[in-house]
Design a protein around this ligand. Structure first.
Ligand code: MRU
Length: 320
């Protein structure tokens, strides 16, 4: 089955409601920019590239009004793809054509990332991944999980971390792997170190929400400890992301805005509460992995090993 997270219908944007997965496959129809912004904020659609694509179609539904840009820009702060897509739409002569181009280009970028990334994956590799970076998080195919998909013929297998608090790994990555027939073992996040220490993982690959000019990577909360663990165990730590995720204007990761999400995501799940009333909660949705812990960034143009400011500058200016 092909996963179709975003369907453009000319006068409506249909979004596969990711809050309901894996139990139910239902689409939510958005007819206004406000409805698309609400869908992004409430995680109907999530994952940096998918958020950017949805926002572009949201501008089309809002007929390019000032309010449509404003409401979409306020939906989620961390993934730069959202703001990148809005900037592209502002410059476009034909809004619908531009939104479709953003979508198609993301699909093509994911496939190219998959091709380049698959070359780095050894035969039979046991690949530890985090959050969801598959077709659901993009226009299709996926970034980090797209690399896995492209390397499927090498008999790879996935170790999917469940990704507390929102369970993108347990609900979405596990679901995509089952759909695709990719062997996948689900673990809780705190099992990663144990598996690495026993030699049960060969590499880590994750996506990104924003990559600063020096190569620091903002991604789902819990990514940074995996990078530390990977270094401790001498495992490659790869980041797969399209160029639309790079933010050359942000000098380093400390300047990346980190979304704080509602405490209810930590105190319980889907209406079940397990923490006491009155407890104070933190819920930062992303963390920052310093560039020095990243073995390579895989984008659609190149694999940038040991990313730093100079290498990313060269990538952005010349494409290599
Ligand atoms: O809060 P989410 O589910 O939108 O966070 C998603 C991630 O952190 C992904 O790893 C990232 O957006 C890359 S998706 C290809």
């Amino acid at each position: 089955m092909t996963v179709e997270p975003i369907r453009w219908k000319g006068d409506a944007l249909e979004l596969l409601d990711q809050r309901e997965l894996p139990e139910r496959t239902v689409y939510l129809s958005c007819r206004t920019a406000q409805e698309v912004a609400d869908a992004i904020r409430s995680m109907v659609v999530r994952g940096a590239p998918a958020i950017g694509c949805a926002a572009a179609f949201g501008v089309v539904l809002g007929k390019g009004s000032r309010e449509s840009y404003d409401v979409l820009a306020r939906s989620r702060p961390t993934a730069i793809n959202l703001f990148w897509a809005l900037e592209r739409m502002k410059k476009a002569a034909n809004l619908e054509a531009e939104a479709k181009a953003i979508f198609e280009e993301d699909l093509a970028a994911n496939r190219a990332i998959g091709r380049l990334g698959a070359e780095l994956i050894p035969q039979g590799a046991r690949i530890l991944t985090y959050c969801n970076t598959g077709a659901l998080a993009t226009a299709g195919h996926g970034t980090a999980l797209g690399v896995v998909r492209s390397a499927k013929a090498k008999n790879v297998s996935v170790i999917a971390c469940e990704t507390r608090p929102y369970l993108q790994g347990a609900r979405l990555t596990a679901w995509e792997c089952v759909q695709e027939g990719i062997p996948c073992t689900l673990v809780t996040d705190n099992m990663a170190g144990y598996l690495m220490s026993r030699g049960e993982a060969d590499l880590v690959i994750v996506g990104a929400d924003r990559i600063a000019a020096n190569g620091d990577v903002a991604n789902k909360i819990g990514t940074y400890p995996l990078a530390v663990l990977a270094r401790r165990h001498a495992l490659p730590f790869y980041v797969a992301a399209p160029l639309s995720t790079f933010d050359a204007k942000i000098a380093d990761g400390s300047k990346i805005p980190i979304e704080e999400r509602p405490p209810e995501e930590v105190t319980g799940y889907r209406g079940t509460r397990w923490a006491p009333q009155g407890i104070s909660v933190r819920n930062p949705a992303f963390d920052v992995t310093p560039a020095e812990l990243v073995t390579a960034i895989i984008c659609e143009k190149a694999v940038v090993r040991d990313p730093d400011r100079a290498r990313l500058q060269a990538l952005m200016s010349t494409g290599v």
